[in-house]
Design a protein around this ligand. Sequence first.
Ligand code: CUA
Length: 387
Amino acid sequence: MHLRIRALRLPRRVAFVLPLLLLFAAGCSPEHYPQTGLRPLSDYARIGDDIQNTTFYWAVGVFVLVEGALLYAIFRFRGKPDDPEPRQIHGNTAIEIIWTVVPALILAAIAVPTVRGIFETNAIPKGPEVLTVEVVGHQWWWEFRYPDLKLTTANELHIPVGQTVLVRMGSGDVIHSFWPPRFAGKRDVFPNRETRMWFKAEKAGEYPGQCAEFCGIEHGRMAFRVMAQTPDEFQAWVAHMQTLGPKRAAAAATDSVRTASAGAAVQTGKTPAAKPQAGGQDTAAAAQAAPPSDPAYAAGEKLFMAKGCVGCHSLQAVDAPKGMIGPNLANVGARTTIGAGSFKNTDETLARWIQNPQLLKQGVLMPNLGVTPDEAKSLVAFLRAHK
Ligand code: CUA
């Protein structure tokens, strides 16, 4: 009687669990969740993926054999109420040797590719074709420096497809973990200690990455993007970034002083509105920096200095100073997200961020600076022009 009730219950349980399992499996769809390590897009990621597959297939084989033997034993040797006591066995040397040697061989079969993979992934690629990128983890954003190109950017790592990238990593504060899942595994990032990683991207596109080591309240919003580009696109990006140099920042600073004094003059009604001008060799840089026709830009530039933004954020991509507290903003206007991959980079979210970063990302080091909505608009116009 008891057994029959159990037998009746089973299908209902299956009926309940099966849709849940299907729902669970549907959640693995890589199209909707691109932050996956199961679809490798680099040589480095393939090494890990191959080891995982090898291990998985061995595990499936072991599972089928063990469970098969168990089920066979359950049904084949099932006891009946009037069975006599079965024959007692005290050890069997042959079987014990088999179940020691076979698992040892399986472990060896897994260990060989694993150890080889550890050495391969820890090797340091050398040669003129290797692109070195320095990654610095910060609470809670990522700094990317290209020492050979003298470039710095933040939260969007641009790399060329088909070229090996050597990533040299460190941290400005606590331990983080750099994880670009389509291209490589997770690797911890420490203060005062360099860790390394390398990979050669196979396919252009925009891919998500994430800090993978709990590093404080906004660990979850310490994301980044890998922008894998064709070699031509990457070269064009580098060439463009190299126009965002110190001259441009200096021109912006002097313009701002000029604008500020002119602005003060406007307030006293003495001279017409400021029109930033640049003379001599700075002309090109200044032209890069400013669409001076936009009064919001000029006002934003002034605010960027007056509100102290400039103390934490550099606006130059070339030879940017090290150790800045906030992300480099040289090309912030062109980035897809703000707040380290947290929010879409629209004028609206950027304005909200500037007015109250603590509301969007609680605990972020950027304080609320008492920026009014109008001031935020000007700052957005200024930052948006920094592409
Ligand atoms: Cu940085 Cu978690």
